[in-house]
Write a protein that binds this ligand. Structure first.
Ligand code: MG
Length: 462
């Protein structure tokens, strides 16, 4: 009641994010903590909430604020400390907790931070859950606990151990052969939370690990998103050390990017493609990815004898669709791999284990494995969102006459015979349209983006 969300704060389905020293104040964070606690109390009078953070310098401050908010409404807190986001979500299910909050701005720059909210299922909130939770921010009165009913805190220092054990239990990992092969791996954790988990995982997989920025102090030495243009340092280190591959995570270690033995970032889409190929060959079944992910994943899945289903964009939409179709694996083209054997959330440790096993089974190099797929070029653009855009989308769909049209998340047009597609959707966090196209050549992809841009621009002027 009486609470206004500051203008420079971004509230979306998965949580709330903002800049340190600006909209994301400790007061706002405490308020979100209290609101989340009140929402959980609708079902359980004494909820237990897992709290975790990535390595950002502002993390300890926001941890205290969100902890105070949770305690103030009578939630008990299980503090997992500084751990990867997938470790935090795994911990929720281990404790049968009622939910969880992770203090992390994922791949955003160092001056950002955020809260991500998860349910008892160890999955991020979906649209309905997030809306119900947010009602406690501005419509419903926060009821504070009396002095003798405040929440209590307990610490869980085994969260990483348990998560690691679960990843090492993935059924297709051949430890004897992996130890004999002894892959030389350069690991770049960008001084994020991955440093507390991934080196241990790689050692357990028999790898010779060359670490880069494994200290989780939050002082990111590169732009933290693990996209190719940010991985020059890793590429150089792979060449210099004659490593078999390089692995890069984002600061909360749910995404994994690959660098081949030639010292080239091979694109984040390949992470899911290689992981899905391995899993489908061992366990034939369905695979889910979102509508904006490269065809590389579809090609890999179909070549392995599986079937690809697509979902609206957003990790929770992929995970929910995976539940519906009982997928054997799924994820996103940004390096986020989801394996239900471990849990229904993106996990860089799962991704690393599967990719290394896939490399072992291929018997060759990562660059030769990657060269089986594509070529594809993705071109992306943004456009301000106009009021007439819905009509413009329909005009575009009519004019381009694609054989496959999907309207579940904006508009996706697919020409399977030409191996090209176009996806236009409204951003969940900004007043823009995202346009993304993929085709065998850059020229074809750019052409599709220009068609979309022209259609939406015309729509705006109506
Ligand atoms: Mg992330």
């Amino acid at each position: 009641m009486g609470f206004e969300i500051p203008d420079d704060l971004m509230v979306s389905v998965s949580g709330v994010r903002g800049r340190v020293g600006q909209g994301l104040t400790p007061e706002v964070v405490a308020r979100f903590g209290a609101a989340f606690g009140c929402w959980l109390k609708e079902r359980n009078d004494r909820p237990r909430v897992v709290l975790a953070r990535d390595s950002r310098v502002s993390g300890p401050m926001y941890r205290l604020a969100v902890l105070a908010g949770l305690e103030s409404v009578g939630c008990d807190v299980i503090d997992a400390g500084l751990v990867p986001t997938p470790t935090a979500l795994f911990t929720i299910r281990h404790h049968h907790a009622d939910g969880g909050i992770v203090v992390t701005a994922s791949h955003n720059p160092v001056d950002w931070n955020a809260l991500k909210f998860a349910s008892a299922a160890g999955m991020f909130l979906d649209g309905g859950e997030a809306a119900a939770m947010r009602a406690w921010l501005d419509e419903r009165p926060i009821r504070r606990a009396e002095w003798d009913a405040l929440g209590r805190v307990e610490h869980d220092d085994r969260a990483v151990d348990r998560h690691l054990e679960a990843v090492l239990n993935i059924p297709w990992l051949d430890f004897d052969s992996l130890r004999r092969r002894r892959f030389r791996v350069v690991l770049d954790c960008v001084r994020g939370a991955g440093g507390v988990l991934l080196p241990r995982l790689l050692e357990a997989l028999g790898c010779d690990v060359i670490g880069m920025d494994l200290e989780p102090d939050g002082r990111f030495p590169r732009a933290p998103e693990p996209v190719a243009e940010n991985l020059a340092g890793l590429e150089a280190k792979v060449r210099e050390t004659h490593a078999d591959l390089g692995l890069a995570t984002d600061p909360d270690a749910d995404r994994l990017s690959l660098v081949s033995e030639t010292g080239h970032a091979i694109g984040e889409d390949l992470t899911l493609a290689l992981a899905a190929d391995l899993v489908v060959r061992h366990r034939p079944g369905r695979v889910v990815t979102n509508l904006s992910t490269s065809r590389v994943v579809q090609d890999a899945v179909e070549a392995a004898g599986g079937k690809l289903d697509r979902s609206p964009v957003g990790e929770i939409n992929v995970a929910r669709t995976m539940q519906q179709v009982r997928a054997v694996i799924g994820g996103e083209g940004n390096g986020g791999v989801i394996l239900p054997d471990v849990h229904l959330t993106r996990d860089s440790a799962v991704a690393a284990a599967l990719v290394i096993q896939a490399l072992l089974e291929s018997g060759g190099t990562l660059s030769s494995l990657a060269s089986r797929y594509g070529p594809y070029v993705i071109v992306k653009a943004k456009l301000p969102r106009g009021s007439a855009a819905v009509d413009a989308l329909e005009d575009l769909a009519g004019r381009l006459a694609a054989p496959e049209v999907d309207r579940r998340d904006g508009l996706r047009l697919d020409w399977p015979d030409h191996r090209k597609w176009l996806h236009l959707r409204a951003s969940g966090t900004e007043p823009i349209y995202r346009i993304i196209a993929e085709a065998p050549t850059a020229e074809q992809a750019r052409e599709l983006v220009e068609e979309a841009r022209a259609a939406l621009s015309a729509g705006r002027e109506v």
